[in-house]
Design a protein around this ligand. Structure first.
Ligand SMILES: *Cc1c(COP(=O)(O)O)cnc(C)c1O
Length: 231
């Protein structure tokens, strides 16, 4: 099942790249494996996946320990400051930095462990009350503040678009995240580049690629529906 799903997702990515005249190499697929067991992740690994996304610190750490070391782990979920210390040396990229305080904590732990941590700034691109992230208006200020911290490098922006039936409804949000990243890149802030745009999930990753995504985060499309325990 995973083999077929991955094949389908990769073919669709290829098609979106062709439609938008982009290099296939400019888009990286992150297999979002939250709630899924290690054997299932290993199936994806055997099919060539080396980038996995998790939204909980403990789950990321457990899977990091259990799986091959050539995997890049992406922290895509909301991150609490008191958990930063567990993942600064394990996450290849933290997608969800949305406050200076969180960035300061990452910086502190990075210096302590003598690593350099790559991060994205999470933008609440549609201004939804239910979502984390800074507003587009606050983004440049946060990027500037974070850029002065030791041990931390801003690589770009991330957004979680609204849940929609028709992915076309999110095109405007993807386009505006892209524009925001271009605008910030033009400011030539030291220690900052805006090469990474993490946007698009199972429902809308093709539109996201057409609008410039460099990372797409696909869970359900690869691993199937998630089952959460009934609370
Ligand atoms: C769960 C999750 C995804 C993947 O969602 P799917 O709809 O299953 O592809 C992507 N990004 C974030 C931040 C997530 O939490």
């Amino acid at each position: 099942m995973i083999e077929d799903n991955l094949k389908e997702v990769n073919e669709k990515i290829e098609g979106a790249c062709q439609r938008s005249q982009r290099n296939r190499e400019s888009v990286t697929l992150i297999a979002v494996s939250k709630t899924k067991p290690v054997p299932l992740l290993m199936e994806a690994y055997e099919e060539g996946c080396r980038e996995f996304g998790e939204n909980k610190v403990q789950e990321l750490v457990e899977k990091y320990e259990a799986m091959p070391k050539d995997i890049k782990w992406h922290m895509i979920g909301h991150l609490q400051r008191n958990k930063v210390k567990y993942i600064v040396d394990k996450a290849a990229l933290i997608h969800s930095v949305d406050s200076l305080k969180l960035a300061e904590e990452i910086s502190k732990e990075a210096v302590k462990k003598q690593v350099e941590v790559s991060i994205l700034i999470e933008v609440n691109i549609a201004g939804e009350d239910t979502k984390f992230g800074v507003s587009p208006r606050e983004t440049e200020g946060l990027v500037r503040a974070v850029s002065t911290l030791p041990g931390i490098r801003v690589k770009g922006l991330m957004a979680i678009a609204p849940y929609v039936e028709n992915p076309e409804d999110n095109r405007k949000y993807f386009a505006s995240l892209k524009q925001l990243s271009v605008d910030i890149n033009c400011k030539n802030i030291d220690n900052v580049n805006m090469n990474v745009l993490s946007m698009g999930m199972t429902g809308d990753y093709l539109v996201a690629i057409e609008e410039g995504a460099t990372y797409v985060r696909v869970g359900t499309g690869i691993f199937g529906e998630r089952q959460y325990p009934v609370k």
